[in-house]
Design a protein around this ligand. Sequence first.
Ligand code: IFM
Length: 444
Amino acid sequence: MPFLRFPDHFLFGSSSSAHQVEGNNIHNQWWHFEQAQDKIKRGEKSGRAADHYTRYQEDFQTLKELRHEAHRISLEWSRFFPESPDNLNPEAVEHYHNVLDALLEQGIEPFVTTFHFTIPQWFAEMGGFEKAENIRHYEAFVRFLGEEYGAKVRYWCTINEPNIYASFAYIIGEYPPGVKNIGLALKVLNHLIKAHAKAYHILKAAQPNAQVGIVVHLPVFAPLRKGNWVDKLSARCADWMFSGILLEALKTGKIHAPVGFLEQHDFIKDSNDFIGLNYYVRMFASPRHALATALNSLDEHHGVFRRTGLERLTQSGWAVYAKGLYKCLKRLHTKFGLPLYITENGIATDDDEWRKTYIRKHLKQVHKALEKGMDVRGYFYWSNLDNFEWSYGFEPRFGLIAVDYEDDCKRTIRDSAWVYAKIIEERGFEVEEKAPKELQENTA
Ligand code: IFM
């Protein structure tokens, strides 16, 4: 059986974000949003989440046991500046020093995100990223982070999934402020692109040897009816609007309409040392889908994630399409020619056998990309712990480690975590010889 070997410098790890695991992030806009009963499935609230705020040492020890070499976290802005941009909370400063020290003590490389969907409530109340003049507050925060933690952090992720944030908060309305206003969504995306570029330059000035990059969420858009030109065109349009404009701006500094109007900025051009890719899904497009998405009236069974209606869905309602990971890596490699990290990839399921297969299938695609000469430098499974999945609440179980919310957030390492640990330890894994074409499944 062939063995897929990963290079020694390739980093294997996992990813998380502050609000989803820490617990009691009471000063951000998500906490406030959750208090309204109809916002989160089953009326859940992040509450203690996975109680990682108090258990980070134990959690990082477990990651070490599981052979993880890198771990992605986010630093919660609202813990540093809970009430206003002027009052720094020294407890938070110390806490995150301890968190970073704990990772480094375990020999785990920290990847640190400065904005992962949460903003302080005071920033939300002044309009958050809706207003260009507010970006300066984010810049000040990033400057503070670079100066305070630069000696401990080499890899910075500026903004997590700006395209998801803009669309979920301002078109779909599932994230705070929960409005449906396409004009605002476009404006927010415009501002986030600029905020990212500003953060890049601030961090590089503070720490020239830092590696700084944005994290993009790229779905693969495909025509619902294969070969149908109207659906093909719909897929192209959806892709351009969701991913294309963003990637083009990051590469050339030009923000195309309707996200920008005749905007070209040198400070945005080439504002990345690497690109972080979050890959999860393929989305099918047709004019009907486009309209239903805009009206927020897609039903789950004929939603954008299924072509035949028969595909097995994860707890997030997504179908699995591993080949898309290779496609996205190829796209980013071709466009940017930069080092790539898969900053997130994972599955929400109670079926741990499915998680094992999922990890192997996706890593197979990563290996293929490496074989083709792409500079892929790491893979971060989402997530190490079960966590608070935003408007879906606690039901989707992404974790390599299960969290029992009924039993004091007790952790149980899932078998899939050991399978992943073995892959890391052996720097690869064996795969079946490729079956003849007529025997191959047409699934991911
Ligand atoms: O949980 C989220 C994460 O916050 C951002 N990327 C996708 C994950 C799974 O939905």
